[in-house]
Write a protein that binds this ligand. Structure first.
Ligand code: ZN
Length: 138
């Protein structure tokens, strides 16, 4: 996944619709209105973790300059998904559970998906959402 060029990207206050889109992608709901409490809880968590004193979150914007050949991206980094085999995951493996059940069990056990890891890197100012969506197909 490409990282934002540090010479030209600027941090700007993220809009509500932008944060809604990020949260919907993070939760895999693709629709903030139907995500309800989980969506609100995630937004509060991000505000506490990444927000300024008034709770505003800044996201870095891709621009383009001579350093990055006008693309706004410079350099690459990995995104990762690590599934730990807890009791439920081991049980599903033993009983040949299907992929969707395995993923659900891993996620409820705390696994962050590739896309969630990418969105954490958007919030950390390392890349942007279009790049995360292009690099993941969850
Ligand atoms: Zn640049």
């Amino acid at each position: 996944m490409r990282t934002l060029c540090t010479h030209c990207s600027d941090a700007e206050i993220a809009g509500e619709d932008e944060l809604d889109a990020l949260a919907a992608q993070y939760l895999g709901t693709h629709d903030a209105a139907h995500a309800g409490d989980a969506h609100a809880a995630l937004r509060r968590h991000w505000q506490a973790e990444h927000g300024d004193a008034t709770g505003r979150i800044r996201l870095r914007r891709r621009r383009g300059c001579d350093h990055c050949g006008g693309t706004g991206y410079h350099g690459r980094m990995g995104i990762h998904e690590l599934m730990l085999a807890d009791d439920e995951v081991r049980r599903l493996i033993r009983h040949r559970g299907d992929a969707a059940s395995l993923q659900a069990a891993a996620r409820s056990g705390g696994m962050a998906t590739l896309r969630q890891d990418g969105i954490a890197k958007v919030l950390a100012g390392l890349t942007d959402l279009p790049e995360v969506l292009a690099a993941t197909n969850a």
